[in-house]
Design a protein around this ligand. Structure first.
Ligand SMILES: *Cc1c(COP(=O)(O)O)cnc(C)c1O
Length: 232
């Protein structure tokens, strides 16, 4: 099936980019973005050894997570988080990449089941400064993450962003480089304060994966290149 060949191709591209941009081999995790895809398509990817999946819509995601019902799959929530969905997200997902409000973080913390491991969190940054876009301004990241440290059921892992689309490689790198630098600066402070290092930069989609890897992506979120064009 095409999905299997596409996954092999992307793994190859990731490994070429890791070498080209002096990244450690295997340091970039492929997150398969499966929003709008059927359970069968996801299972095809699972059979090709894909383990990390990203979903944007809570209801759709949970139906698929329950139908697939496998404990070895790591589910990432990457869509906007509504307050009334925090309980479902906290109980069905391993990661939430799109935290941008303390109120939402507090609810995720309260709702995370006691018997589950800590919920992995990324803070979403609005790097292009578009008003319509989700995420906090990059200059607010340090204060925001300081506040997140109060939540005992959350594990803050790093930064996530979805910059304004551009096909220009230099522009793509420019947006991502600001996130790379911010993560570095945040970690300098954390090191001094004996707080755990942030190890995650969730950047890069089908269109700008290479630029993201060049600028330190540890998770790339790829939909179209794996599953083909979305029809919805
Ligand atoms: C849909 C989506 C992606 C994947 O985009 P593709 O262009 O299909 O690779 C990545 N990140 C987020 C937040 C998305 O919503």
């Amino acid at each position: 099936m095409k999905i299997t060949a596409n996954l092999a191709q992307i793994h190859n591209e990731i490994s070429v980019a890791e070498k080209q941009f002096q990244r450690d081999e295997g340091s970039v995790c492929l997150l398969a973005v499966s929003k709008t895809r059927t359970t069968d398509e996801i299972i095809t990817a699972i059979n090709a050894n894909q383990r990390h999946f990203g979903e944007n819509y809570c209801q759709e995601a949970i139906e698929k997570i329950e139908a697939i019902n496998r404990s070895d799959i790591i589910w990432h929530f990457i869509g906007p988080i509504q307050s009334n969905k925090t309980k479902q997200i906290a109980s069905h997902f391993d990661w939430a990449h799109t935290v941008e409000r303390i109120k939402i973080a507090r609810r995720l913390d309260e709702m995370r089941p006691e018997n589950s491991p800590l919920l992995n969190i990324c803070v979403q940054i609005n790097i292009s400064g578009e008003e319509s876009k989700s995420g906090i301004p990059i200059d607010d990241a340090a204060d925001f993450i300081n506040e997140l440290d109060q939540f005992k059921r959350l594990k803050v892992r790093g930064l996530m962003s979805l910059p304004a689309p551009t096909s220009d490689f230099t522009e793509q790198r420019h947006a991502f480089s600001q996130l790379k630098k911010k993560l570095h600066d945040l970690n300098q402070h954390r090191l001094n304060q004996n707080r755990p290092e942030l190890d995650t930069l969730s950047i890069g989609t089908t269109q700008d994966m290479q630029a993201a890897i060049a600028e330190g992506a540890t998770i790339v979120r790829i939909g179209t290149a794996i599953f083909g064009p979305r029809h919805t």
